[in-house]
Write a protein that binds this ligand. Sequence first.
Ligand SMILES: [Zn+2]
Length: 489
Amino acid sequence: MKNHIVTTVTAGLLLASSFVSAEETLPLQAVNRANEVIDAALEAYGGADVIANLNSVARKSHFTTWATNQSRSPGPPWDENEQESFSAIDFENKTFVGKNRGSGGGFDFDGSQIIKGDEGWQVSYRAGTLTPVAAPDFDTTSGPFIRVTAPLLVKQLQNRRQTSHWLGEVEFEGRPHDVITLVMEVGPALGLYFDKETHLLSRSERVLPPFGQVDYRFTDYETIDGIPFSKTFKLYVNDQPNIYIDIKSTEVNQPIEQYTNIPEELKLVEAAPPQPTEVELQEVREGVFLVGAAGTYAMFVEMDDHVVAVGGTAGIPERIKALREVVSDKPIKFGVMTHHHNDHVLGVPAYQAEDAVVLTVKEHEAVIRAAATDAGSLKLQFVEDKYVFDDGNRKLEIVDIGPTPHSEHLLVAWLPEEGILFEADHFPNPTNGQMPPAQPVTKRLAEAIDERGMKVKIIVGAHSPRVASIDDLRRSLALSPVRIAQTSP
Ligand SMILES: [Zn+2]
C-alpha cells in the first residue's frame, strides 16, 4: 500500500515537471484550453464549491414535441404533441425519478421510472402497475435529464475534466464561443458551446446513430440559489425542431426522497421476458410464418408459387434468410409496407433486392421511393382500400384501415380463412400477455375489424413475437385507464 502511494507521488511529480517544459502540441493545447474553459464555466455557475455541493435538482416542465417522420402524414408539418414532465436527481443517494404524462401517435402515457441505488421500478399510472427493473442503472436513466440541465453538465465537466478537449472557437448566434468535449459515463461525446463573455452554456451537440445530429439549445437563464439555470430549452434533430421544454419550477438541494414514494394501490407485475435476440421463425398456421427478433417482426405468407411478405421493420434480410431455411423454392414476389414511419420502411431495399413488387398507398409513394436503393427502378403496386391475393387455395387481403390516430393510411394483412390479422403499431402485445388498457390506436383497430366484418382469431404484429388471440384484444378493450392519487408533482 505504502509503495503504491510513493509510486503515485513520483509519477505525479514527473508529470508535473514534464508538463511545464513540454512544447504545446495540439493535444496538450486541447487539454489545457479545455481546463481554462471549465474553470471559467465553474465560476459563472456559482463557483467550484457551489457546483461540487450541487447534489439534488428537481424540475417540473412542459414539453412540446414534434413527431419527425412519425406523424400521421408522410411529410411536414410534423404532428405536435404536449407532455408534462417531472425529473428529480440526487447524486449522493444515486436516486432518480423521471415522470411523463401525455399523448402522441395515438398512444396515451402516464408513467414514471424510479431508480434508488440498487433498486428500480417502472410505474404505469395508466395501467395501475408497478414493475421492478431487473438491472437499475442510475447513469443511463438520469442521462437525458443531465443533458438538458446546464449546471448538471457543468458538474459533469468538473468530475470528468480528464475527458474534455477544446475543439476550437466558433461564432454562435453572433457571439464567440469556446467548444469543448464532455464524455459522460454512457453515450457518445458531447460538444459544449460556452459563451466567451458570460461563460454560460449556450448549446450542446452530439451525433447519435441512427438519428444523426442532436443539437441542444439552452436559453433564458435565471439564477436559482446562486446557480444559473436555463428556463427554456430547445432540441433539434438534424436541424428540425424535436422538443421544446418550458421549465415550470426548479428546486435545488432539497430532499427528493418523497418523490420516490410508490402508491400502494399499484399492482405488482413481473417484467415481460425480453424478446429473443436471435431471429426466430414461428409457423402460425401452415404456410404462415412470423419471423423476427428484438422487437421487429415480419409475416411471410406462402401462396401456390410465391411468397407475400408483410412488414418493413429492421432486419428484413435476416428474416428472409430464416424463411429460406423452410421455404427455399418460392420467390418473394410482393412486399407489403404497413405505413410510412421511418422504422417501417427499412425493408424496402431488401424487397427490391428480391425483385419484389412493393405494396403501399399512393400517398406514401415518395417516402417508400426515398427508402429504396434505386428509386427509379422500384416496382410499386398501390393499394386503394383493398388488394386481394387469391390463388384458389389461399386468400390474403391487404386492407387500408386508415385513418387511425397513428397514420392516415394503414395497411393490415388479413387471412379470412385462417382468421389471422397482421398489424403494425396498433396493438401493444407484451411477451407476458399482460394486456394494458386499450390505447386509442387499439380502439380504432377494433372498430375497423368490426366495420370490415373480419372474424379475427389471431393477431400478430410488427413488434412482438407473441401470437395474440382475439380474447387478448377484448381483454385490453375491457380495461380502463386507472386513476391513482400521486404524491409527486
Ligand atoms: Zn408507426
